[in-house]
Design a protein around this ligand. Structure first.
Ligand SMILES: NC(=O)c1ccc[n+]([C@@H]2O[C@H](COP(=O)([O-])OP(=O)(O)OC[C@H]3O[C@@H](n4cnc5c(N)ncnc54)[C@H](O)[C@@H]3O)[C@@H](O)[C@H]2O)c1
Length: 272
C-alpha cells in the first residue's frame, strides 16, 4: 500500500513510518521539522520537509496514496495555554488543509492521531468511548476540533475516517524537552543519573500509558479496518479508535499491561 504520514519525523510518526517501510509498503513522510528529526527515518521512507497546510505540496504527495496518517501537530499542553492561536492554526487549520487536499486528489481514507486529552480530567476509573469530551486545554480543544473536521469533511466527501484517541505514549525515540518532559523518559533519565523522582498529587497514578509499538499496531489496524457502522464500548486504558465507519479491532490494553513493569513505578502526573 501507499501511505502518506504527516508529522513523520516525530516520535510516533517515525515509529509508524519505519514499521510500514519494513513491511514493504511505500511510505512518504511530511514534516516541517519544528520538533521532528528526519535522521530517525529509515532510508526507504521518502521524506519531504514542509508544512501540513501547504496544499500544493500535499497535492503532489497525495498522488496514488491509499491511506493518510495525520500526526503533524503541536503537542505541548502547557505551550498551548500560552499560544492557543498557534495550536489552532496548526492542529485545526492544518487538518482542514489536509482534508481539502485529500478531497481534491481523491484519497479515500485518513487516520487521525487524536488524543485522550479530549476527555479532560476524569473522576471515574473507567472510561467509555461515548463519554462526553471535556477538553481542558487549547491543545485538547484543537484535537477535538480536528476530529470533528475530519469526520464532517469525510462524511461530505465520502472519505473514510478513523480517529484514534491515544493516551500517553512512551518508548524509544520519545523527545525529552527541558520543561514539562513526559514522565516515563523523565523518570528513567532521573533514575539513570541517580536523581530525584518527584511524584505529584497524592501519589496515585492518574493517567494511562501505552507503549509506542502498541500505538503503531492500532494505527496499522486502523488503515485496513473494514467499513462498518457498529458502535462498541471501549475500556479506558486503550488507544481508542473512534470512527463513523469502524472501530479498529486492535486491543492494545493487554499488551500495554504486560509492558507495565516500568509503569508500575509511576505514581505521578505526566507532562503531556
Ligand atoms: N505521544 C503521545 O503520547 C500522544 C498522545 C496523544 C496524541 N498524540 C498525537 O500524536 C501525534 C504525534 O505525536 P508525537 O508524540 O509523535 O509528537 P511529535 O512532536 O514527536 O510529532 C509531531 C510532529 O509534527 C511535526 N509538525 C508540527 N507542526 C507541523 C506542521 N505545521 N507541518 C508539518 N509538520 C509539523 C513536528 O515537527 C513533529 O515531528 C500528534 O498529533 C499528537 O497530538 C500523541
Amino acid at each position: 500500500m501507499n501511505f502518506l504520514i504527516t508529522g513523520a519525523a516525530g516520535f510516533l510518526g517515525s515509529s509508524l513510518a519505519n514499521h510500514l517501510a519494513r513491511e514493504g509498503h511505500q511510505v512518504r513522510g511530511l514534516d516541517d521539522l519544528s520538533t521532528g528529526d528526519p535522521k530517525v527515518l529509515a532510508p526507504d521512507v521518502h521524506f519531504t520537509r514542509g508544512d501540513v497546510s501547504d496544499r500544493p505540496k500535499l497535492w503532489t504527495l497525495l498522488q496514488d496514496v491509499d491511506v493518510v496518517y495525520h500526526l503533524a501537530a503541536r503537542v505541548s499542553v502547557p505551550e498551548s495555554i500560552l499560544y492557543p492561536r498557534d495550536y489552532n492554526n496548526v492542529n485545526v487549520g492544518g487538518t482542514v488543509a489536509l482534508m481539502e487536499a485529500m478531497r481534491d486528489v481523491g484519497v479515500k481514507r485518513v487516520v487521525l492521531a487524536s488524543s485522550g486529552a479530549v476527555y479532560g480530567d476524569l473522576r471515574d476509573s473507567t472510561l467509555t468511548e461515548s463519554a462526553t469530551p471535556n477538553p481542558r486545554s487549547p491543545y485538547a480543544v484543537s484535537k477535538l476540533s480536528a476530529e470533528y473536521y475530519v469526520r464532517t469533511i469525510g462524511n461530505l466527501w465520502n472519505i473514510e475516517t478513523v480517529s484514534l484517541r491515544i493516551f500517553n505514549a512512551y518508548g524509544p525515540g520519545q523527545h525529552l524537552p527541558p520543561s514539562h518532559p513526559p514522565v516515563v523518559p523523565h523518570y528513567l533519565r532521573q533514575a539513570l543519573r541517580g536523581g530525584t523522582l518527584v511524584a505529584h498529587g497524592d501519589g496515585n497514578q492518574t493517567r494511562d500509558y501505552i507503549y509506542v509499538d502498541d500505538v503503531v499496531s492500532a494505527m496499522v489496524a486502523a488503515a485496513t479496518a473494514p467499513k462498518c457502522r457498529s458502535r462498541r464500548r471501549w475500556p479506558r486504558r486503550a488507544a481508542q479508535p473512534r470512527s463513523r465507519e469502524c472501530p479498529s479491532r486492535t486491543r492494545s490494553r493487554s499488551r500495554a499491561r504486560r509492558r507495565a513493569g516500568a509503569r508500575r513505578a509511576i505514581r505521578g502526573r505526566a507532562a503531556s
